[in-house]
Design a protein around this ligand. Structure first.
Ligand SMILES: *Cc1c(COP(=O)(O)O)cnc(C)c1O
Length: 432
């Protein structure tokens, strides 16, 4: 299979080329030339086997194809359990059992496993530049740490990530460099995009990205939806609907693609924080990127969701058809806090702020009847609440135990270099 740019102004690329490049040369996002036909998928396989089965058509004919089962085994070496919530027919898909306790570990580990194979025979190291609103950088840094032939430069908005997130970003050292940028996530993302589009720089320092624009992160995220939905259908004979905490739309986009490939998913609902670009668009307004605002669910503080371009491509740019496919709702900080406190008080459930946005949206859909009582829903739990203890603990009035992998990272000393929110500052750093 070949991959083309959403902007139609770049040559078709092989999967390996698309994964290595990150962004297409015309500034667009890589998408499959055509979506593979829906297939009959079997329940009962492991998460890694499900990933391998689902991703096979995308790898067909590529140099990485023979490695796919091993890449999946490396990336999917921790579980993604679907658990029941206290409220009837509601579930939670826990994606936070990886090394940095967020769902981004899946995509980051898959990308690292793929790139390390692609770089095996290259003389010059490849530098991955990654902008993060918190979790991406940590997942990417952990996944690439110690990988030969690969270096990582992480940019994060100083003061806008939780202290534990900041610690995770700066604690690895070695082939990982961490920049704390005196600006917003959108500034960081714009700086990275500019570096990736700077041909002169690329000639001197080979670069790639690891943001959710990267196909190497997007594609594997389909696997946990497939694994959970197939198991649920086999056990309960019910279609799983999902509510996805959404920022850059990478996670939800993977759900959309999984459903297009025949995974038994029902509706896909997008839950955002107060950054309401998507709810406004799906509510009938024009698509209008804007500056992000800081919220309690900081990994979703995104004013220009980068995968929107992919989603629009999948629906051939037809806004009417696209709008009919999704419900998107915004949840403000007050409601996020209230949900965390109330779910703990009533049901003993401990939610991270991102997961809480989607729980809140599902509660609203249940209350209004838009999600009927007999429907089965899963809220996607994108991070472990211990990553956001400063928000969660005061609301629930007790400590959140830290998972062992996270505790190990927090024991290491951390360091980040200051960086101005300007492309020139990043360019200098990359050339140094
Ligand atoms: C990144 C992130 C999100 C948003 O995911 P997107 O793919 O950007 O929509 C939600 N929750 C957490 C905890 C995250 O780290």
């Amino acid at each position: 299979m070949h991959f083309i740019s959403t902007r139609n102004n770049a040559p078709a690329a092989t999967l390996s080329q698309a994964i290595a490049a990150g962004l297409a040369p015309d500034g667009g996002l890589y998408v499959p030339q055509q979506m593979p036909a829906p297939r009959t998928l079997q329940a009962g396989a492991s998460l890694a086997e499900t990933a391998s089965m689902l991703l096979q058509p995308f790898f067909a004919g590529d140099g990485l194809e023979p490695e796919l089962p091993r890449i999946c085994a490396e990336a999917f070496d921790f579980p993604a359990p679907l658990r029941r919530l206290a409220t009837r027919n509601d579930h939670v898909l826990e994606l936070f059992h990886g090394p940095t306790a967020a769902f981004k570990d899946f995509g980051a580990r898959f990308l690292a496993a793929s790139l390390s194979r692609l770089r095996a025979d290259q003389a010059r190291p490849l530098t991955i530049v990654v902008a993060t609103s918190g979790d991406t950088g940590a997942a990417v840094a952990a996944a690439f740490h110690g990988q030969p032939g690969l270096q990582v430069v992480v940019l994060y908005p100083d003061g806008r990530v939780s202290p534990r997130q900041a610690h995770q970003l700066g604690c690895l050292g070695g082939n990982i460099r961490t920049l704390r940028v005196a600006g917003s996530f959108d500034d960081c993302q714009a700086m990275v995009k500019q570096a990736l589009n700077d041909a002169d720089l690329q000639a001197r320092v080979p670069l790639s990205s690891a943001n959710s624009i990267s196909l190497g992160r997007l594609l594997p995220q389909m696997a946990y939806y497939a694994h959970a939905a197939l198991a649920h259908q086999a056990a309960q004979d019910a279609l799983l609907n999902v509510a996805v905490p959404t920022g850059n739309l990478g996670n939800a986009m993977a759900a959309v693609m999984a459903r297009a490939l025949g995974v038994p998913l029902g509706r896909i609902v997008l839950a955002t924080n107060a950054n309401r670009v998507l709810p406004d668009y799906f509510g009938g307004g024009p698509y209008q990127a804007r500056a992000s605002v800081a919220t309690l669910a900081n990994a979703m503080d995104v004013g220009a969701p980068s995968n929107f371009e992919r989603l629009r491509w999948l629906y051939a740019g037809d806004d009417t058809v696209l709008r009919a496919q999704f419900v998107a709702r915004a949840v403000d900080d007050e409601a996020i806090a209230d949900t965390i406190a109330a779910r703990h008080r009533r049901h003993g459930e401990v939610l991270c702020p991102h997961t809480a946005t989607a729980v809140r949206v599902l509660e609203q859909l249940r209350a209004s009847g838009e999600a009927a009582a007999h429907e089965h829903w899963a809220v996607v739990a994108t991070a472990h609440p211990a990553k956001f203890e400063a928000v969660v603990e005061p609301l629930i009035g007790c400590e959140v135990p830290v998972p062992p992998a996270l505790a190990e990272l927090l024991r290491r000393p951390a360091h980040a270099e200051p960086c101005a929110p300007e492309y020139a500052a990043l360019r200098d750093t990359l050339l140094r």
